[in-house]
Design a protein around this ligand. Structure first.
Ligand SMILES: [Zn+2]
Length: 229
């Protein structure tokens, strides 16, 4: 077990009503709003290895690290490429007495729907495909502008959407479920994990790393650009 990261309780609370609207937030990039309780705090510089928590509800607000916007953009590009590979290459190959069948993720979702499990199909499509894809595209949109020194149009709503899709994207659950299914199939037939599954394994690691980096860097960079303008 490792020691917990030192906490930085230096975020000073402000009146919540000050910056609850997107317009107010856009005008005050020096503020950060807790995504759990809406308490408003002053944005501060975080040293490497420190974290900042909400003074009201103790939710994680930011993490000091060395991953800059350029590296985060590279992660997002890699994530998009791997999602494209993960959806075009087979996730599993089944060989039952010489009859070989392969399925990509979209084909597996379509087959699940056709098999009379629309709820499972929609849930899988949303958590394994749509939300991770939207998460990655939003990151590309935001970071692509920020690294060029531009705050993109609709920055604050895009950041809010990013928090939402981060909560609902669950490629790791899909990975775990697929691995369990492959292992169970192995007792009945020959089941081989495909390139798509390995690509999704890499997507899971990348998105976990990107999520762990948080959004502090994006807010901070937009504040710096706004300050220079
Ligand atoms: Zn809070």
């Amino acid at each position: 077990m490792t020691d917990p990261l030192p906490s930085t309780p230096a975020y000073a609370p402000h009146a919540p009503a000050v910056a609850r609207t997107s317009a107010a937030l856009a005008a005050r990039p020096d503020l950060v709003v807790c995504h759990e309780c809406d308490a408003v705090h002053e944005r501060i510089e975080l040293a490497r290895g420190t974290i900042a928590r909400c003074q009201r509800c103790n939710a994680l607000l930011g993490r000091g690290h060395v991953i800059g916007t350029e590296k985060l953009l590279a992660f997002a590009v890699a994530s998009l490429l791997l999602i494209l590979i993960g959806n075009s290459a087979p996730i599993v190959t089944l060989d039952f007495q010489g009859v070989v069948s392969q399925a990509t993720l979209p084909q597996a979702i379509e087959a699940t729907w056709a098999a009379g499990q629309p709820f499972v199909a929609v849930l899988t499509a949303a958590t394994a495909l749509v939300f991770p894809l939207v998460f990655t595209i939003l990151r590309l949109y935001l970071l692509g502008s920020l690294v060029r020194g531009i705050v993109p149009r609709g920055f604050v709503p895009a950041m809010h959407m990013l928090v939402f899709v981060t909560r609902w994207g669950m490629p790791e659950v899909f990975m775990l479920g697929t691995l369990v299914a492959v292992v169970r199939c192995a007792s009945l037939t020959s089941a081989t994990p495909g390139i798509g599954l390995f690509a999704y394994g890499a997507v899971t690691l990348l998105i976990t790393a990107i999520t762990a980096a948080g959004t502090h860097t994006l807010w901070k960079r937009s504040g710096e650009i706004g300050g220079m303008a």
